[in-house]
Design a protein around this ligand. Structure first.
Ligand SMILES: [Zn+2]
Length: 313
């Protein structure tokens, strides 16, 4: 694993320095009182001092860069967090908590919580509209897993979790876990997340039958008639981009995560959206992607009721 040879993956001080450079580009900021006067923040040193410990001379509070992030209450060394983030950010179909448990030599439960905190870090805070003038956005739905207490029935998606995904061609993906695929559930998401100037592409599902009112255009590819792509002048009508996204997502959910509890599905979606929206074709390599994930730790906390939340994967 030569990609993990850099010091911050192994050395705790280097791990703190690297994270501090991302979270505090202008130098340390006191999380208690907001003091960022560098002469009024000192490093706490000495044999018993924790790595990265600072003291604010204004409010006397001690803190590290982990305060106010998804790492705050974690006892896992920061260099292991860097390794976990790199593994999750660079594995196209995801990576199981079991694999992380073996690689980092931490307990399975710890590994599971680590990946869920990192998924939270990967969750995008970007609510800006997708698409725009001259851009195409594809929308589709898929079904995954099985709802608790329901029977497996052949065909039909009613017993499964419904996912709606919007993908801008050549751009980002945004996915949502919804109760059922109905116009009343899906169209508000579509309208809130896609710029009106966009060209919308969907299949023939009735959910989208009134969508042409909301966007510059709405084109439909008729899968039931075995139509998968249609050329109309400059326009190429298909939903192959969003279907390509689902193919990666499903291979990951079935092969790596072996499905998941519905209460966690939105976090797996955040993970797949993150990697897709920061893929190599958009100029983001594994290292940049890891750094972006680590930048997302700020201002997010994740509380679990108890370890009964832990899933098997
Ligand atoms: Zn302070």
């Amino acid at each position: 694993m030569s990609v993990l040879s850099e010091p911050h993956f192994h050395n705790e001080e280097a791990a703190f320095e690297r994270l501090e450079a991302i979270v505090w580009p202008e130098g340390p900021v006191c999380p208690k009182c907001g003091n960022c006067e560098q002469t009024r923040i000192t490093r706490v040193t000495g044999a018993t001092a924790r790595t990265g410990l600072r003291r604010c001379l204004e409010c006397k509070k001690q803190f590290t860069v982990k305060v106010g992030t998804v790492f705050e209450s974690s006892h896992v060394p920061l260099h292991k967090w860097w390794q976990a983030a790199h593994l999750l950010a660079s594995s196209k179909k995801g990576i199981s908590a079991h694999q992380l448990h073996r690689t980092l030599q931490v307990q399975y439960k710890t590994a599971w919580f680590m990946f869920h905190r990192l998924r939270e870090a990967m969750r995008s805070g970007d609510f800006s509209p997708m698409g725009g003038e001259g851009k195409q956005v594809e929308v589709d739905e898929t079904y995954i897993g099985r709802l608790k207490g329901t029977q497996v029935k052949p065909g039909g998606g009613a017993h499964k979790n419904t996912v709606v995904t919007l993908v801008e061609r050549g751009g980002r993906a945004r996915s949502f876990h919804v109760d059922t695929a109905r116009m009343g559930n899906v169209m508000p998401i579509v309208r809130a997340n896609i710029a009106r100037e966009s060209a919308l592409m969907t299949d023939e599902s009735g959910i989208y039958r009134r969508a042409s009112q909301d966007f510059a255009s709405h084109d439909v590819v008729t899968h039931s008639k075995e139509e998968y792509v249609r050329y109309e002048g400059e326009k190429t009508v298909h939903t192959n981009t969003v279907e390509g996204y689902y193919s990666i997502f499903k291979r990951g959910m079935k092969g790596v995560y072996q499905h998941c509890g519905e209460q966690h599905l939105h976090r797996y979606l955040a993970e797949f959206d993150f990697r897709y929206s920061n893929r190599i074709a958009l100029g983001v390599d594994d290292n940049n992607r890891t750094v972006k994930a680590m930048a997302g730790i700020v201002g997010k906390r994740l509380k679990y009721r108890d370890s009964s939340d832990v899933g098997a994967e």
